[in-house]
Ligand binder design. Sequence first.
Ligand SMILES: *Cc1c(COP(=O)(O)O)cnc(C)c1O
Length: 469
Amino acid sequence: MRYISTRGQAPALNFEDVLLAGLASDGGLYVPESLPRFTLEEIASWAGLPYHELAFRVMRPFVAGCIADADFRRILEETYGVFAHKAVAPLTQLGANEWVLELFQGPTLAFKDFALQLLGRLLDHVLTKRGERVVIMGATSGDTGSAAIEGCKACDNVDIFIMHPHNRVSEVQRRQMTTILGDNIHNIAIEGNFDDCQEMVKASFADQGFLKGTRLVAVNSINWARIMAQIVYYFHAALQLGAPHRSLAFSVPTGNFGDIFAGYLARNMGLPVNQLIVATNRNDILHRFMSGNRYDKDTLHPSLSPSMDIMVSSNFERLLFDLHGRNGAAVAALMEAFKATGKLSVEDDRWTEARRLFDSLAVDDETTCATIAGVHGETGYLLDPHTAIGVRAARECRRSPALPMVILGTAHPVKFPEAAEKAGIAAVPQLPAHLADLFQREERCSVLPNDLKAVQAFVSQHGNRGKPL
Ligand SMILES: *Cc1c(COP(=O)(O)O)cnc(C)c1O
């Protein structure tokens, strides 16, 4: 499989190079040159397979030529073996024809584990084969950092530096990062906000002199391997609920458009999906595009669902590429104009196509809390605020009551106790067994000023298993 850039100018790469690449050299994102397409008979024959084996069938075409079948099978079995639930991604029924797909049974209790547990193992495999070491730098407002650290902690060839805004992530989120101890794990609390952290990551990719030749790898949601891993659970859920003999709908709590883009790919690969709902919080740039063809940058509104607090959606460009008939020059022109003006809209027929593909809804904090309280009252089931937004959008936007509706459960409610409290729910959610002693564990973290030079000096001092590069 070869991968091409959404802006059409960068060289095509194989899977291994895409795994190690961040942005393409022309500023675009990598996408497969062509998608594998499965027949209904083939999909039907996968019913009942264990998660890791289904993952092998779905992803094999994407890694073909780079990772041998036996290695890939072993990696997938290890990856999904660390999830707490035997079903890996279990379904819980909430209402008539309505299910939550629990994607929070992994080590850090959010769906990002599905991709980052795999990414860490794939990196380790590829880097061992090449005899290469890399440095990862990432910024997090919470969930990505812990999932990336958990995913990479066992990688001998990787030093990982995760920046979070000092005193601005929840205690559970901070401890999930800082209590993972290892020579190659470096938590940095920046005296600034999330955007400051992200800017420093971007600046470091743009100017890598401080790394003395060591390769810098991105683990944010633009990494193709993350999208790829997320395709699998759409197939998994659908097969549980009778696909491919019947079609179904998905509602997806959305920020950077990575998770729902995977659902769009699953449909293009042959899964009968009747409806895909983009569910956003008040940071609703995607809803504004879907409902009014205005993808305009707004200010950031902090919400009760912080993992969806974004101003622009980094994977949206991948959809634009398809909407424009995979014309890289057209996408490059649109993105250049967006960079200059903060505004973007597409021609009418392309927008009509986007509306055919996706429904959308923006849900504010008040409605999020009302949904948490409502569902808890009906069923006793506690939703996290991100998943609650998905439930709300599913109920408002549903096209067919006869088809199964699956809401992606993106985080465990214990990660976001504030929302449950605001929803008036007295029973505090409990940490699962593997994290029960989280508040007693030793923490390791360095506090640094909001200063690029200081951060880069820190990375070059510690980037080789804690020793200088
Ligand atoms: C990252 C995240 C999202 C948003 O996913 P995208 O792929 O960025 O759209 C939603 N919910 C939770 C809990 C997350 O951590």
